[in-house]
Design a protein around this ligand. Sequence first.
Ligand code: ADP
Ligand code: MG
Length: 393
Amino acid sequence: SALRTRHKTTSRDAGGEKDAGRVRVAIRLRPKTPQERAEDGDAASVVEVVPEMSRVVLRKSQWEADAYNFDSVFAETSSQARVYETLARPVVEGVLEGFNGTVMAYGQTGTGKTHTMGNLGDLTTNGKGDTADRGVMLRAVDDIINLTTDDETANFKIAVQYMQVYMSAIKDLLDANNEVDVREDPKTNEISFPGATNAEVKTMNDFIDILHRGEENRIVANQKLNSASSRSHSVLAITVRRYPKEAKGGLASATARISKLLIVDLAGSERVTKSGSEGQLLEEAKAINLSLTVLGKCINTLAESGNGAHIPYRESKLTRMLRDSFGGSAKTSLIVCVGPLRKHLSESGSSLLFGQRALKVENALKLREEVDYQLLARQLQRQVDELAGEVER
Ligand code: ADP
Ligand code: MG
């Protein structure tokens, strides 16, 4: 049924928290693999973390170190559950209240972005593994399903889109035949992805099927491309629609809340080495890195000049998709992943700087609501009927 709706967004300083809209940034240090431990011996990690002070120290040399503070800092021993609860759960709760949300992982290839966001835990071993390994994607959907099922005041509809961004193309991971675009509603600034399959999710099994379908399509797509898996961004968009239940003998709100959660696993942030990249290859390398370069430019401008400045979102598909996430109305958490080895020094340094700038980005949280006129009309009619009954008496 075509609901006649009017879009409305309401500014709100959430809970009186002063910097409620500021982007939250965490650092997560990956543990050394057994092989790295064997090669590296007990050499001190080039990144030192002080979780209780939310502090990271980058040991540039024996004499030189840079220290940075973040919202949270996770040591190599930190659990998936803890990372989720600290960084992602507040965003998921916001989405259920009607705010848009984004959880994004940034960092060099091999530092744990996909482990943090996309780890399927026991699902990859037919349930024989450990649910403790599950990443943000599974935990977020599990929370959304549980919290919406328990809610007695409203009905919910949950739908998922799953996409991969490679150079200037967005691919639908749920149907390889689809062309996906990104659009911004000029009135509401809502970002949508026309062309991407919208799969309804009612149970965790629905979502697991979606993830498996996405994984198969991703493998097929990436076989055709050079090292595409570390060069492409994956974006999971979960839309939550909340319809208030009509209360018995009272008035329900006629306002539906429609919010979107983006879970983003970015391409590796490492710079493409100049040596060996020439001509066609160099051009390709530049094009592949363009979206991350533009993301960096957007975040720099937002950090330095604020949201009123001209932000070059339109220069890449990725930044058009993330427009509401940085400098928009969403609650955003960024997880910057770093590696422990000396050879990671320079990339870890630039990732920490990226995180420092993202800390300064302020979003203006807005409730995403639509008035449902059919529901409103039914409610008004009921009130009229009740009044008429009283007049007759
Ligand atoms: P990225 O997506 O950033 O390229 P991955 O998530 O694929 O990196 O991680 C690279 C490797 O390191 C994988 O084998 C992954 O299982 C492992 N790994 C990453 N982070 C952790 C962690 N916190 N604990 C245990 N293993 C990890
Ligand atoms: Mg990865």
